[in-house]
Design a protein around this ligand. Structure first.
Ligand SMILES: NC(=O)c1ccc[n+]([C@@H]2O[C@H](COP(=O)([O-])OP(=O)(O)OC[C@H]3O[C@@H](n4cnc5c(N)ncnc54)[C@H](OP(=O)(O)O)[C@@H]3O)[C@@H](O)[C@H]2O)c1
Length: 238
């Protein structure tokens, strides 16, 4: 399918909310596997990919991001246009998703910290966050994600980065990966979308591919677990 042929409703239908707790990750990578150009994802991204990015934000209950990405990409307060906010409110969702940052150090500043939930596994303290953000102490990433689900934040969108994603794949917490392949060769030196220590293979199933006129390829994969049949994640479409 060409993304240019889809209107926003058709595009949104390809990235459904799932009727059980669900963790979706979204990344953009170059053809040769780089996660960033000069330390930022912006050099890989484009207007088409941003369209999917915004749809995924519209769909989620919580936006999960690692502190490294939060700092490197200079996260700002979440923005969603009026039409997308209305879409959410009509469906009984809050106007904006809940921002959730994963951090051990708690070294976080900036407007996007305001009202954020910070999942932390260590014992660090940061007095500047008191009354600004909610620090939630958890035993592990799995525990932190379970706490979010308990709060009714069932649909979680992880926007990276590689270390957080590695932690999530190690704990087998990733249900879906939306990956944009950007038509660039970045060359040696850049990280992949995942980092950390090796873990067993995780089998994924392809649910759709989208292409764009400027050579982007957008893929949606879901985790194939014994308990998940193909009908639960939709039919493969190309
Ligand atoms: N291409 C893309 O789609 C994309 C997407 C996102 C990011 N990126 C790129 O990725 C780079 C940043 O990635 P990164 O891997 O350095 O950072 P990251 O995964 O976003 O964040 C790493 C930090 O998150 C916290 N953290 C992660 N996992 C944790 C765990 N299990 N327990 C406790 N804390 C945990 C720690 O924060 P503290 O340091 O505060 O303790 C850690 O230093 C940037 O270059 C960014 O541009 C690219």
């Amino acid at each position: 399918m060409r993304i240019e042929e889809l209107d926003d409703a058709e595009l949104a239908a390809l990235y459904p909310r799932v009727d059980r707790p669900w963790l979706r990750a979204n990344f953009v990578s170059s053809v040769d596997g780089a996660v960033a150009v000069e330390g930022l994802s912006a050099g890989l991204s484009g207007a088409v990919d941003k369209r999917v990015f915004r749809v995924l934000r519209m769909m989620c209950d919580a936006l999960l991001v690692g502190a490294g990405t939060f700092r490197a990409e200079n996260y700002r307060a979440l923005r969603l246009d009026e039409r997308r906010r209305a879409w959410r409110v009509e469906r009984g969702l809050t106007a904006y998703p809940q921002m959730v940052i994963v951090s051990s150090s708690l070294e976080l500043t900036g407007p996007a910290v305001d009202g954020a939930v910070i999942l932390t596994t260590g014992g660090a303290r940061n007095a500047a966050l008191e009354g600004v953000a909610e620090v939630v102490r958890c035993e592990s990433l799995a525990h932190g994600i379970a706490l979010l689900h308990e709060r009714g934040l069932g649909q979680i969108l992880c926007e990276g980065g590689p270390r957080l994603f590695g932690g999530l794949t190690t704990a087998d917490l990733v249900d879906e990966l939306c990956l944009t392949v950007s038509p660039l060769l970045v060359g040696p030196g850049a990280d992949r979308i995942v980092s950390g220590t090796p873990h067993p293979l995780r089998r994924m199933g392809l649910t759709h591919t989208l292409t764009s006129d400027d050579g982007m390829l957008m893929l949606r994969y879901v985790r194939l677990r014994d308990s998940v049949g193909p009908s639960e994640y939709g039919h493969r479409r190309e």
